[in-house]
Design a binder for this molecule. Structure first.
Ligand SMILES: Cc1ncc(COP(=O)(O)O)c(C=O)c1O
Length: 492
């Protein structure tokens, strides 16, 4: 027989000294909780035995109260599901309306808050970000993830949990994962990196937030790439920084232009391996110019290496941090592209003299990352599954990218220009300036194409175009999706 999970007890106070009968007190408390919305339609209520024990009363008053609530339609009984709050409630509308009035902000005096959040996007997700669909940016091939291996590693970790596993973990992150990562980053990304410099975070966004709190004051000037990864930009806005957009050309961030605009910026945020969104790789000359600028001006470089593992035309490019002889680069990475985004695991490699500062901020923010999945990822890497998965994904994404480039060439010929397809999981198609990419992206989303309008990545004068992810779109679906895209572009 299916077991019914115990329900959560609502807050009910019974007063034995009251002249009101116990069953009436329970009835009134439930009725009030149902009508003011504290208990929702379909919510399960505790068994009479459990509630009686919680309240320290006999079952009779509870049974009486439940019987009356059932008779009046506040509760309903369903076989296999126990007793639930009724789906159609009497008096609901009138009383809910009055409870709304009770919470109306106009009646509650001054309501001060910080104004910075108003500077970043407040509207609900634009349609190209909502949901799953062809060309979704940042979406990975989830159907290819080795779930059987993953679940066996999870089960094994569960079985081996001991007292220590239940307590707070290391605030820098699990030692096992940091060791494995440090070794991976030294080998695969040429980083200067000891395990003591690696901090595990909740995705690279969190790593960036901690870095901003350590390095930047309100009003610090920060170079950002133009166009830029919007969520990174928003971290600097929320810190109160002065943003200095620096143009990106076919060699990456134009360092000379940055120096002209604001030589003494406190930091530069860059994506040198695969610029987001344009996809260019920063040239060696620009890398040395940037490092030289940082050293001369005492500035920091924040390197976001979000998808460097995927390169199709050449071997992965070494990180900028690996070229830095002066410990001026804060290196940020993520498992969102190489495993999956809901894992929310990223990392930051911190210059040795800043580790204590990062740790102090981290401690105040969240006391350290959740431990369980870090250890599963450490096992996944240490036992060779990660390297195998990466190899498979490189082949798969390379194929998807090729079919996408070919389909664009066939369907759109010279109408668009393709950029940044040598690496990563997205490419860019540019449109003639003045084209309304956001409008097209909205219409595309209605047809389940999640193309991102390029113009939204710019702070200043924007170019038009689209960012097309190919991570989650199977090869056989790409030509039809490109034809749909072509038709959308053809509509005047
Ligand atoms: C430039 C860039 N950085 C980082 C990320 C990943 O962020 P997170 O690790 O917070 O999922 C993305 C995701 O699309 C990105 O485009």
């Amino acid at each position: 027989m299916k077991r019914i999970a115990p329900a959560i007890h609502p807050v009910i106070a019974v007063d034995r000294g009251s002249p009101k009968a116990l069953h009436r007190q329970i009835y009134d408390a439930y009725r009030a909780a149902i009508l003011d919305g504290s208990l929702h339609p379909r919510q399960r209520i505790p068994s009479s035995r459990s509630l009686a024990s919680e309240l320290g009363v006999s079952r009779f008053p509870v049974l009486n109260a439940y019987a009356q609530l059932l008779a009046e339609g506040y509760l309903e009984s369903r076989i296999g599901a126990g007793t639930l709050v009724s789906r159609s409630l009497p008096e609901q509308l009138t009383l809910c309306a009055s409870s709304k009035v009770r919470f109306a902000p106009s009646s509650s005096g001054p309501r001060p808050f910080v104004h910075r959040p108003l500077l970043v996007r407040r509207e609900s997700s634009p349609p190209w970000l909502a949901g799953w669909g062809a060309f979704g940016v940042g979406q990975v091939a989830v159907d290819q993830f080795p779930l059987n291996v993953w679940s066996s590693l999870i089960a094994r970790r569960c079985r081996s949990m001991d007292t220590k596993s239940f307590h707070y973990g290391d605030q820098m992150g699990s030692e096992a994962l940091r060791e494995t990562l440090a070794s991976y980053l030294r080998t695969a990304r040429s980083l200067h990196c000891e395990v003591g410099q690696v901090m595990i975070t909740s995705g690279s966004q969190h790593a960036l937030e901690i870095s901003a709190r350590v390095l930047l004051d309100s009003k610090s000037s920060v170079w950002i790439e133009e166009p830029c990864y919007r969520l990174a930009r928003e971290v600097f806005v929320l810190t109160g920084c002065h943003l200095v957009p620096v143009p990106v050309d076919q060699e990456g961030l134009d360092v000379v232009a940055g120096i002209k605009r604001c030589r003494k910026a406190r930091a530069a945020f860059v994506t040198p391996s695969h610029q987001f969104p344009l996809g260019v790789t920063m040239s060696a000359t620009r890398r040395f110019q940037l490092l030289d600028w940082a050293q001369r001006t005492g500035s920091w470089i924040i390197e976001d290496d979000y998808d460097a593992e995927y390169r199709y035309e050449s071997l992965p490019i070494a990180s900028l941090q690996g070229l830095d002889a002066n410990a001026r680069v804060i290196y940020i990475g993520t498992f969102s592209k190489v495993l999956f985004p809901s894992l929310r695991l990223g990392y930051v490699v911190i210059p040795p003299d800043l580790v204590d500062h990062f740790l102090a901020i981290r401690r105040a923010m969240d006391l350290g990352p959740p431990t369980f999945h870090q250890e599963v990822v450490a096992d996944f890497i240490a036992e060779g599954h990660f390297a195998r998965h990466l190899r498979r994904m490189r082949v798969l994404y390379s194929e998807r990218r090729q079919v996408l480039v070919d389909s664009i060439g066939k369907e759109l010929e010279s109408k668009v220009k393709v950029l940044g397809d040598e690496a990563g999981m997205h490419l860019v198609v540019t449109l003639p300036n003045g084209s309304r990419d956001t409008e097209i992206a909205e219409r595309a989303a209605r047809q389940n194409l999640r193309i991102w309008p390029l113009s939204t990545s710019y702070l200043g004068e924007a170019n038009s175009g689209f960012i097309l992810g190919f991570g989650s779109t199977p090869v056989e679906e790409i030509p039809a999706a490109v034809r749909k895209f072509q038709k959308l572009l053809a509509v005047k």
